[in-house]
Structure formats: structure tokens, C-alpha cells
Design a protein around this ligand. Structure first.
Ligand code: ZN
Length: 313
């Protein structure tokens, strides 16, 4: 039953912390008790997942984050090599199409926080060579590039931040504004370097958390040709944290002419899921709720797959 429900819908998600969970718990990417694994991803009609390398800098001794970043990259490569029958790393839209045509999950790499690269623009060439497609300028803790949504919230991009952003654009890596400070967001938007991604952020008009996007931010992402991934974290959904509240966030973005901008960004394995959800196996309920609410299949396919494909493919 569950398999059938998942088999009806395509899936392309912009953010999970599953690789860091695998690195720290020894959990297998193939099958685990967390929010997602390759076995469950394989049940969708077709699937693509952005896997973030992530570490909370406060829990690591100074000077060790780049080592941690490389370690998690090793975990990503090892897990994909061990599960080559289920998934393959993808760098382009053609890669993703080929993976899906072969019945495999398309795995895409991202990095959550410039501090994992020591805020060093020169390391961007290295991670671009790994196939990294998306980099968050910050996570929650302030770094040498910018203030964040919760620390030094009134500080925008530093000179180094601007250098980092320009180099990322040169390397073909998209900048991700989820976790960035509001001034940092607008500094980036004004630089006009191409599509802006908010891999896992909701509508601030409905849930006032600073991790969420104001309507103007969403419009700026839309106008840049980027995408915003809907986050399943209950604290960023707010309200009664129900499926109806989730639908309201997507409605809000759609009302802002977001049909080609709103996407999925579950924050899987990095959050407490809303409405008692257990993981990606519960996504058919969101699809069905949106369909019942009047979204046609083509619109849902854009939200659930095509919008990220256009931006990251
Ligand atoms: Zn995050």
C-alpha cells in the first residue's frame, strides 16, 4: 500500500542531513530507522535527493571542520559505492535523467555552512570537483562570511563573504540562503550572480521564525530563477503543525506566483517532523492533500520534482 502510494509520485528534495547522521551513528544509507534511506527513496516513481555535508561548528575543535567535511565526503562516496545498485551521484540534469531511467536514485551533494570550507574561497574548486552543487553560506553559527538567522542577525556579507560568493558562482556552485541573516540575503540578491536557492525554508508570513522567508525574499528567489524547498520541520511550519498548515505554506508561495519556484526541502534527519510524520514515506499524504486542495498533476510534478531539476540540473 505504502509502496503503491510512493510509486505514484516523483520526488526531488533539496535538503537532508542523512550523510552526517550516517557518519556519526554508523547508520547505513541503504536502510535505516531515520527519515530517509535509499531503499525508501527507490519506491518513488523517480527520485533525486540533495545530501548535505553538515557539522555543528560548536561541537568541533577549532581547525577541524575541513577534516570533518572531507570525512563526510568519504562517507558519501563509500555509501554510494556500496549501494551502486540503488543510487548514483549526479552532477547534471542528464545525469539525473540517466539515473532515473536506470531505476536509480539520483544523489546530489551539497555543503551546509561555509565554515566547513574554513570560509576559504579556494576550497570551492575542490568541492566543485567532488560534484557539490549547492553551498549554504552559513549554518546557524556566525562565520567569517556573514551573520546568520540566529547569530549577528543584523550583519550581512563580509568582504570575504562576497569573495566566497563570487568564487562559488565561478565554480558553478549555487548559493543557498537557508540559515543566512536577512541582510546577508539581500547582499547576495543584490550581487545578481544567478539563481538563488533556499533549500529548506518556509513562509515567514505564516510562521514568524527567522529561518523562514519573507514574501519579498521569496519573490527575489523567484525572480532569480531559483527555488525554495518546503521544510517539514514542525517549528518552521508553526500553527497546529498539521498537514493543513503545510498546505497553507505552499499556498502562500503559490500566491506569490511561485509555481515554478516552490519545491521540497524536507530537512530530513535534521528536524522533528510535523504531524507525527516518520519520514519520506509520508509524502504521498502531502501530495494527496494538495491534489484535494485543487493542485493539478502538472503543478504537483513541478513542486515535487521539476523545479529543483531546472535549478540543479
Ligand atoms: Zn539546515
Amino acid at each position: 500500500m505504502e509502496n503503491t502510494a510512493m510509486g505514484r509520485i516523483p520526488y526531488f528534495d533539496g535538503h537532508c542531513d542523512t550523510i552526517s547522521a550516517c557518519a556519526h551513528t554508523g547508520r547505513s544509507l541503504r536502510e535505516n530507522e531515520g527519515h530517509l534511506d535509499l531503499t525508501r527513496l527507490g519506491r518513488f516513481q523517480k527520485a533525486a535527493q540533495v545530501f548535505a555535508i553538515f557539522a555543528n561548528a560548536a561541537r568541533f575543535p577549532a581547525g577541524t571542520l575541513w577534516d570533518e567535511c572531507q570525512k563526510q565526503h568519504d562517507v558519501f562516496e563509500r555509501e554510494l559505492a556500496a549501494n551502486a545498485d540503488l543510487a548514483v551521484q549526479c552532477r547534471t540534469g542528464a545525469d539525473i535523467a540517466a539515473a532515473n531511467a536506470a531505476g536509480k536514485v539520483a544523489a546530489i551533494l551539497s555543503i551546509e555552512g561555509g565554515e566547513l570550507l574554513d570560509c576559504d574561497p579556494e576550497k570551492l574548486a575542490t568541492v566543485a570537483a567532488w560534484g557539490v552543487k549547492l553551498v549554504n553560506i552559513t549554518w546557524n553559527h556566525v562565520n567569517g562570511l556573514s551573520g546568520t538567522n540566529v547569530e549577528d542577525t543584523d550583519r550581512g556579507l563580509t568582504d570575504r563573504g562576497r569573495e566566497f560568493v563570487r568564487e562559488a558562482a565561478r565554480q558553478g556552485i549555487l548559493l543557498d540562503v537557508s540559515h543566512l541573516s536577512d541582510p546577508g540575503f539581500w547582499d547576495l540578491a543584490e550581487m545578481g550572480l544567478g539563481p538563488i536557492a533556499a533549500s529548506h525554508s518556509n513562509a515567514r508570513a505564516l510562521c514568524g521564525h527567522s529561518r523562514n522567508l519573507t514574501d519579498d525574499m521569496f519573490r527575489a528567489i523567484r525572480d532569480s530563477g531559483g527555488a525554495a524547498g518546503f521544510n517539514m520541520y514542525e517549528d518552521f511550519i508553526g500553527g497546529t503543525r498539521s498537514l493543513d498548515d503545510a498546505v497553507r505554506h505552499i499556498d502562500r508561495f503559490m500566491e506569490l506566483d511561485g509555481a515554478k519556484t516552490v519545491a521540497l526541502g524536507g530537512d530530513w534527519d535534521g528536524c522533528e517532523l510535523f504531524a507525527g510524520w516518520r519520514g519520506i514515506q509520508d509524502l504521498p499524504a502531502l501530495w494527496d492533500a494538495l491534489a484535494a486542495h485543487g493542485y493539478d498533476r502538472a503543478t504537483l510534478e513541478d513542486i515535487f520534482f521539476n523545479n529543483w531539476l531546472r535549478v540543479l540540473g
